[in-house]
Design a protein around this ligand. Structure first.
Ligand code: ATP
Length: 270
């Protein structure tokens, strides 16, 4: 059963301080969600439709992270739907899955539904050559569920994609995914440094570690996920050094915690 496989929606635990850079995206997304959350009645009375947000950009740039941080900040439950997992080969089942996702979100409201890989769920119907087929019905179902939310339900929709060009234009109209926000790799030194700082905030760093210096040797366009890779490799290298020392000197391993793992500049050079 697809619905059960989703698990119970929970408020995530991602803080803004876990995210480096992306300040303008943070600001825009908070504005879009916060107002209708605080005053759903105003929106309902105005007859205006509320915006769904589409985060687009290359893989590993922090789209999922930012959606979760908004949920944490606004105390909203978070329901992740991965496009390809929702699709089902049986006739009518994919549409049924969409209905159930929205129903589940309403029950858990206030809630964010995060559609990851939205392009796989809502491909441009003109391009897919599937007119009247299953994808057509999936898109229609998604549209009607989204339109139904304008009734004041505290359910917010965020989509993510690497390929916004593949998404059915009907989904990008006002009241649907009409707020497009680009989430890109880190191009400026400053944002690389702030991502490094976010990723290492729980590390014990040796005094010779200089984030500025580390990022200056990184490629020009590097993603948050790439920087995560660099930081986790450095941490593993430092942890290995500690474990080797404990074994070599026959120390009591229980006396050591992650705060004894001291990450040095040399660990980052590996
Ligand atoms: P995909 O398109 O592959 O789903 P995504 O854009 O949703 O990628 P995330 O899953 O948010 O990317 O990021 C992957 C990991 O990279 C995060 O768990 C985090 O460790 C790190 N990361 C990415 N961007 C940032 C950032 N701005 N600050 C801190 N960490 C980041």
């Amino acid at each position: 059963n697809y619905n059960e496989s989703l698990g119970a929606p929970k408020v995530p635990k991602v803080q803004w301080s876990d995210i480096g850079g992306l300040n303008n995206v943070k600001e825009e997304i908070m504005k879009t969600i916060n107002l209708p959350l605080r005053r759903p009645d105003l929106f309902k009375k105005s007859g205006l439709t509320r915006s769904g947000i589409l985060l687009f950009g290359p893989p590993g740039t922090g789209k999922t992270l930012i959606a979760k941080a908004v949920a944490t900040e606004c105390s909203l439950c978070f329901l992740t739907v991965k496009g390809p997992e929702l699709l089902n080969m049986y006739v009518g089942q994919s549409e049924q899955n969409i209905r159930e996702v929205f129903e589940r979100a309403r029950q858990a409201s206030p809630c964010i539904i995060f559609f990851d890989e939205l392009d796989s769920l809502a491909p441009n119907r003109g391009l897919s050559g599937d007119s009247g087929g299953v994808m057509d019905r999936v898109v229609s179902q998604l549209l009607s569920e989204m339109d139904g939310l304008n009734n004041g339900a505290k359910v917010f929709i965020i989509g993510a994609t690497n390929r916004p060009d593949l998404i059915d234009p009907a989904l990008l109209r006002p009241g649907r995914f009409d707020k497009l926000l680009y989430v890109g790799p880190c191009t400026e030194e400053g944002s690389k440094v702030s991502v490094m700082q976010a990723l290492t905030k729980k590390f014990k760093l040796a005094s010779d570690v200089d984030p500025q210096e580390i990022v200056s040797s990184c490629p020009k366009n590097i993603t948050g996920a790439d920087l995560y890779g660099i930081c986790s490799t450095a941490w593993s290298s430092a942890a290995k050094r500690l474990i080797d020392r404990i074994e070599r000197d026959a120390l009591n391993a229980e006396e050591f915690t992650d705060q004894h793992v001291e990450v040095t500049a040399a660990d980052f050079a590996r």
